[in-house]
Design a protein. Structure first.
Length: 384
């Protein structure tokens, strides 16, 4: 399939997790609606098979997954080289004018393979502590787009721009009627408190297990509590059976593509602190209890969460000291304290960057395609 000669082409490398894919998709939609052709570069991992299944009008290319590991450095090097070589072949036939990497070692080979002539390359860093991959490629790109302002000093690049984290247009601030509508769409009672428990696009075993072990305590303290639990694939059967065995009704799914409904229905969220899910919850104004992943590279999830907690926008619970009593106590405390949640909602508005995707897309167009006559008025674009 050859790229159309009519429209400028942007390649966006955003595979490896939903936290990379969905922000990349948000920017892709802006560029597509402005008149660009788009190629999304994702990995062969199962999570990328799920998230790209519903995309229309955008071409998808798959590369070998590249995960950094000191224990398996040779395998990492081989896969990195395979992805780099495949990207070079792609660029030899398609000739992009812009390449954007959304972070992670799965995007790094594509960014480094970007043509040096007639092509501008960019990266987006979503975390408070930049990832190793973005630190590696930052000196070679035109511009680094940044979510957390404090991360700017850790990236060696001549051009840095704080844009916030791109989120899809379906994520919007919720009023009371909107919350009730989301609950009804999910088959829930519109008037009852609702807890959303999730661990990112691939699930989180520790969160699944602390929730499993706290179910009886939670329902005893708040019998009317409604629960939406997104488990990820690996723990789905076990967690679903746990609810059934305890006789507790809940909406339990391994993965849910319409996250705007799940978040929109929630009174409170329990989650990891990946940058993408933080941005989505901030956009919708839903308070969170954050349980950072201890093994995240450079402990970046903790620092993401700490930035939110410092402004009053979230509460941190550390995984290594978490017990069912501590977990239940904090969840019930926040569910019962409407004033506290209102204050958290106000603090979340300071993290809400609704136009982040537009800002990134506009900068790419102005830098890479200044004379292409692309339409950067997104006020009337369809919500996709």
């Amino acid at each position: 399939m050859e790229n159309s000669k009519k429209n400028p082409l942007t390649v966006i490398a955003c595979g490896g997790s939903g936290g990379h894919f969905y922000p990349g998709l948000s920017v892709a939609r802006k560029l597509y609606n402005a008149g660009c052709d788009i190629i999304l570069v994702v990995t062969e991992k199962e999570v990328d098979q799920v998230v790209t299944g519903a995309e229309h009008g955008i071409r998808v290319e798959r590369m070998p997954a590249v995960g950094f590991s000191k224990e398996h450095f040779f395998r990492f090097f081989i896969n990195f080289f395979k992805s780099y070589r495949k990207a070079r072949r792609l660029f030899a036939s398609e000739h992009p004018g812009a390449v954007l990497g959304m972070g992670g070692f799965s995007s790094a080979p594509t960014v480094l393979a970007a043509p040096k002539k007639n092509c501008k390359s960019f990266i987006h860093e979503g975390n408070s502590i930049p990832g190793r991959a973005n630190r590696l490629v930052a000196p070679f790109v035109h511009t680094c787009f940044i979510h957390f302002p404090d991360s700017a000093s850790m990236l060696r690049s001549h051009h840095k721009l704080v844009t916030g984290m791109p989120v899809r247009d379906v994520f919007v601030p919720m009023n009371e009627d909107g919350v009730k509508g989301c609950r009804m769409a999910l088959g829930l009672n519109p008037d009852l408190p609702t807890l959303l428990v999730m661990g990112g696009s691939q699930g989180a075993r520790a969160i699944n297990h602390i929730m499993r072990d706290s179910l009886k305590k939670l329902k005893k303290k708040m019998p009317t509590l409604q629960i939406i639990h997104l488990t990820g694939k690996n723990d789905f059967a076990e967690i679903k059976k746990s609810y059934e065995t305890k006789g507790i009704q809940a909406l339990v799914k391994e993965y849910f593509s319409e996250m705007e409904l799940a978040m929109g229905a929630a009174t409170l969220i329990v989650s990891r602190s990946g940058a993408s899910s933080l941005a989505e919850s901030a956009t919708m104004g839903v308070p969170s209890i954050l349980i950072p992943l201890p093994s995240a590279a450079d402990n970046h999830q903790y620092f993401n969460a700490a930035a939110f907690e410092k402004t009053g926008a979230a509460v941190i619970l550390k995984q290594d000291t978490l017990t069912p009593d501590i977990f239940t106590g904090k969840v019930i405390e926040l569910l019962r304290d409407g004033k506290r949640r209102l204050a958290m909602k106000k603090a979340l508005s300071e993290w809400h960057e609704q136009e982040a995707a537009e800002t990134v897309a506009k900068q790419i167009i102005e830098t890479a395609f200044p004379d292409a006559g692309l339409n950067t008025d997104w006020s009337s674009e369809p919500i996709l």
